[in-house]
Write a protein that binds this ligand. Structure first.
Ligand SMILES: [Fe+2]
Length: 154
């Protein structure tokens, strides 16, 4: 598979969220390489990165959806949980020495299509009421939440 290049089409216009989608494309591109070379070190590196991504980023996204009173938060959270569970299961099998590279690559490509490019797009307009809010309390909350998120990433 050709490497996926980041383009404007992926952007939703919320910088911190766009940065995460960019990182997700990096995971796919690394897994594309790993599935061709069968380099388990790359696979393990992506799995560790994904675990951190799912914990810190899903938390941020869900808090934002909660603050924006997104009506489908419960279902959205459930989809995140299922994905996290699948990553953990794949990690357990990789730790036992199984080659999970092709399966993980397919799973990530599926997530990009079904979740990032579809389900996540559904909340964009709603969460912009928070991320672009001029209300002092709301913008202070969002500013400090981003700061906290950036620190978790380090
Ligand atoms: Fe999501």
């Amino acid at each position: 598979m050709a490497q996926i290049q980041w383009s404007k089409d992926f952007e939703i216009g919320i910088p911190v969220l766009d940065k995460q989608q960019h990182q997700f494309l990096d995971f796919i591109n690394q897994m594309d390489l790993a599935s061709q070379t069968k380099d388990s070190a790359i696979t393990n590196h992506v799995i560790e990165g994904l675990l951190l991504y799912t914990i810190t980023y899903f938390e941020l996204e869900e808090e934002l959806l909660e603050k924006a009173e997104y009506p489908f938060l419960k279902a959205h959270r459930r989809v995140h949980e299922v994905f996290m569970k699948r990553v953990s299961e794949i990690r357990a099998r990789a730790n036992k020495g199984e080659d999970v590279s092709t399966e993980l690559l397919d799973m990530l490509k599926g997530w990009l299509k079904s979740h990032i490019q579809r389900e996540d797009r559904d909340f964009v307009e709603v969460v912009k009421t928070i991320t672009e809010s001029t209300d002092a309390e709301v913008s202070t909350w969002w500013g400090s939440r981003i700061k906290q998120f950036m620190q978790q990433e380090l």
